[in-house]
Design a protein around this ligand. Structure first.
Ligand code: GLS
Length: 831
């Protein structure tokens, strides 16, 4: 029950609107206050963990104040908001990012110094918020960052997993997964909202509403409560603070006191366990769909709570529901949140009493959908019987959506039965399946891919029929981007300082087009030396990190050649390690004098494999087996080192990305929708060795063909190669054969365990075309080496690349979404 406003309220507002002072004394006071009052520390018991927690809480106070102002302001002016619905937000750490955004880094460093701590050590106390798998989840985090920085009213919505992305340990060369208990220590970056809780139903049955033609009531006694936790998203250089609202399943009310009193202790907590599991774990799959029942229930809990929250907020404006699309745009980050579409329909039909046509019009004007992959194994489909059992009302709504859609198609293309079968949301398999990508497409007003080539491919493949039926204008491209705040200013202070000096101020951090100014300095000798020195400093930092995490000593003077991303067959880490084996073989064949003239190279791998993805895990084992042999070979020494950095994460990436000379993005053409680490590496002055795929293509267009090493077959050639290889064994070229021979001779331990990897190429149809691309890959490596030997040209490439990366800021991407899909405007928060 809200109270009626009084004069004191006005005073309260004035008080709460005055910014907390930014001077050292006030900061110190608040840190000490949290040390003593929040964490019960005495001067003798302060450790770096609590120094971190107290500083973080004091930063959080400032953010929450601005958060409150931002939301109150957006409500007051009736701003239209975008809601970015994503099952994944790979945020990483927040403390350093928040200090930079608030421009209070030096102040906090000073205060921490006074109590005996180095800011860098304190920053290292923070656990990553790893609520995502890879590119898709990190993209969501970059996008909410851009929304905040650009003053767009917008929130992310997601799930608060108790266990985020698993921790990867390497034991005996194999990946072993351990749970990520990130909430074991207090989390300063979330704010629990027990007042924001919604009931979410499962199972049950439908009851016909008497006297109505087709109205149904969904009755079920399985009801869970989803409770909100808000994560403030600091905007750099603005008072605007964004929000990620994460849902967690509440269990308190589910304790069965009667069972407990009867001595059935397991039974007493059974309901709680069943509820809690819903938001316990992030499914660790990237680009795959497992079709697990728990995952479907997770998706629904998420969608229901989010849609209830959005509708409740809208209804507080007092406007008629027909105006929902004028106040809210909802973006579906892949198909995972697609149940939001039938859920909004359910709310509008069953709870609000609207007629079908009006509800459908509101729904389709509100939703838009981003597709992030074309891999068949990632296409989300749910068996109709499962959906019908868990969500009977939604299954009914999906049937109706499909019926009306197919009626329309039939009218447009009479007698095309094949088309009706191919385009139906329900796949006629046994059992029938709900095709979520089709549902998302039918229920949205825009569908986009994430790089130019990918947006073209989806129009010719998965959505080909929809282009015919719904017209081409519905399908657009929004090339991905990355946040310059984290992926330059935060992770690469040395290069950031140089850019700031050239631009004249820090405005480039929120306007990446300013980095173009670097081009004017490309011939300035002194500047070029400092550029090189900045890269070298980053390489030394990574060498220390490698030593600390793996015990391997590498020379910062070598070429750093990095492939860091999820381990997946289509990304072809196998091709990379096979080329390393071939290189090792060549080095072994050389006379010592010749070997000494070779360019020293450190090959760095990092990435996690899905826990159930056996082939990917064998690739990790092979990389580690090769590393063990090569690194211990005294003849080879620093000429070649191979490193697998364990437990890749956002924080690990912040160490790795700024230190690459060359980074590899070598997916089979047509398989990597976009990639975003390619953008991060180039933004940090590294050069790409890559295939003509995803955003590599647009990066090449922007930075110029001189600044990128392309190789391999093209997307339109892939189908023919695959077809050929299905019926013919490939004949590996001599280099590839050499690598196979070494493995099979047992050079890297038991040959048997690696034979399936070789067989995937020789006998399994070589789906990812390693045998096709290997020769040009080896040639491309030679070109890289040749180029790196000419340090002058290399520095030019590096500077020009960074100067031309403006397009790949997530700010550009968000502006395009805002203007062309969401129809929202930036509104700087004012008093
Ligand atoms: C992905 C794609 O595989 C990446 O190419 C893309 O950059 C990313 C963000 O759009 O989305 N799709 C997916 O399922 N995981 C991804 O990282």
């Amino acid at each position: 029950q809200a109270k009626t406003p009084t004069r004191e309220d006005t005073e309260f507002r004035a008080y709460s609107h005055s910014e907390i002072a930014r001077d050292a004394a006030t900061i110190k006071n608040s840190v000490v206050m949290h040390l003593t009052a929040t964490f019960l520390r005495t001067p003798a018991s302060i450790d770096s963990t609590h120094a971190y927690l107290a500083s973080a809480f004091s930063v959080r106070d400032r953010l929450l104040q601005r958060w409150n102002l931002t939301n109150e302001f957006h409500d007051r002016i009736g701003a239209k908001r975008v809601y970015y619905m994503s099952l994944e937000f790979l945020v990483g750490r927040t403390f350093d990012n928040a200090l930079l955004a608030l421009q209070l880094r030096d102040e906090y460093a000073g205060v921490l110094g006074d109590v005996g701590f180095r800011l860098e050590d304190v920053i290292d106390e923070e656990r990553d918020a790893a609520l995502g798998n890879g590119g898709l989840g990190r993209l969501a985090a970059c996008y909410v960052d851009s929304l905040a920085c650009m003053n767009y009213p917008g929130w992310g919505y997601g799930l608060r997993y108790r266990y985020g992305m698993f921790q990867q340990q390497i034991i005996n060369g194999y990946q072993v997964e351990a749970p990520d208990c990130w909430l074991d220590t207090p989390n300063p970056w979330e704010f629990p909202r027990p007042d924001v809780t919604y009931p979410v139903k499962f199972y049950g049955r439908l009851e016909h509403v008497p006297g109505s033609a087709h109205r149904y009531r969904w009755v079920s006694d399985v009801v869970y409560d989803a409770m909100a936790f808000d994560m403030p998203v600091p905007g750099y250089g603005t008072t605007n603070v964004g929000n990620i609202r994460l849902w967690s399943c509440k269990t308190n009310g589910l304790f069965d006191l009667n069972k407990f009193n009867a001595g059935d202790y397991a039974g007493a907590t059974g309901g709680q366990v069943a509820a809690q599991i819903l938001t316990d774990v992030l499914y660790p799959n990237d680009n795959t769909n497992e079709g697990k029942e728990l995952r479907l229930r997770q998706e629904y809990l998420f969608c229901s709570a989010t849609l209830q929250d959005i509708v409740a907020r809208f209804k507080r404006t007092g406007r008629p529901l027909s105006e929902l699309p004028d106040m809210a745009a909802i973006q579906l980050n892949d198909t995972h949140p697609t149940l939001g579409i039938p859920e909004l329909m359910r709310i509008l039909l069953d709870d609000e009493g609207l007629e079908w046509d009006e509800a459908w019009d509101i729904t389709t004007r509100t939703f838009a959908f981003t597709n992030h992959t074309v891999l068949p194994e990632a296409m989300e489909k749910w068996p109709v019987p499962m959906m019908d059992r868990i969500l009977p009302r939604h299954m009914g709504i999906i049937y109706d959506i499909n019926l009306f859609f197919l009626q329309r198609v039939e009218k447009q293309f009479p007698d095309d039965r094949g088309l009706l079968r191919d385009i139906s949301i329900i796949e006629e398999s046994s059992p029938q399946q709900v095709r979520m990508a089709f549902l998302a497409c039918v229920g949205s007003h825009r569908v986009n891919g994430v790089a130019a080539i990918h947006s073209d491919i989806i129009k010719q493949s998965i959505f080909k029929d929809f282009v015919r039926v719904m017209g081409e204008d519905k399908f657009v491209n929004k090339t991905n981007g990355v946040a310059p705040r984290r992926w330059m200013n935060e992770c690469n202070p040395a290069m950031s300082e140089l850019i700031t000096e050239v631009v004249g101020d820090r405005s480039w951090i929120n306007d990446l087009s300013k980095v173009r100014a670097l081009e004017a300095r490309v011939d300035d000798e002194a500047f070029r030396r400092r550029w090189w020195a900045a890269k070298q400093a980053n390489k030394r930092r990574l060498a220390d990190y490698i030593l600390a995490t793996t015990g391997i000593r590498v020379s910062p003077d070598a070429l750093f050649d990095v492939q860091a991303k999820r381990i997946h067959e289509y990304k072809r880490q196998l091709m990379n390690i096979l080329s390393v084996i071939y290189r090792y073989h060549r080095l072994k064949e050389m006379a010592p004098a010749e070997r000494a003239r070779e360019l020293p190279r450190v090959v760095v791998f990092a990435g996690k494999a899905a826990a159930g993805y056996w082939v990917a895990k064998q690739v990790i084992k092979l990389i580690n087996a090769v590393a063990e042999v090569v690194n211990a070979d005294d003849e080879i020494g620093d000429v070649l080192k191979v490193v697998f950095v364990p437990d890749y994460s956002v924080t690990a990436a912040e160490h790795i990305v700024p230190a690459s000379d060359i980074s590899q993005h070598i997916s089979t053409a047509g398989t990597e929708a976009s990639g975003t680490s390619n953008m991060k590496f180039v933004l940090n002055g590294g050069i790409i060795l890559g295939t003509v795929d995803g955003a590599n293509i647009e990066i090449g267009e922007e930075v110029g063909e001189e600044q990128i090493f392309f190789f391999g077959c093209l997307a339109h050639e892939v189908a023919d190669f695959r077809h050929y290889l299905r019926f013919h064994q490939p004949k590996p070229d001599p280099a590839l054969q050499t690598a196979f021979d070494m493995i099979q001779r047992g050079t890297f331990g038991d040959a048997h365990i690696f034979q399936p990897l070789i067989d995937s190429i020789l006998r399994g149809g070589d789906v990812y075309l390693l045998s096709v691309d290997f020769p040009s890959y080896i040639e491309a490596h030679k070109a890289v080496e040749e180029a790196y030997r000419h340090r002058d040209d290399w520095v030019t490439k590096s500077i020009l690349s960074v100067a031309r990366m403006a397009k790949f800021s997530s700010d550009r991407a968000i502006q395009e979404y805002a203007e062309e899909i969401w129809n929202i405007e930036p509104v700087p928060v004012v008093e």
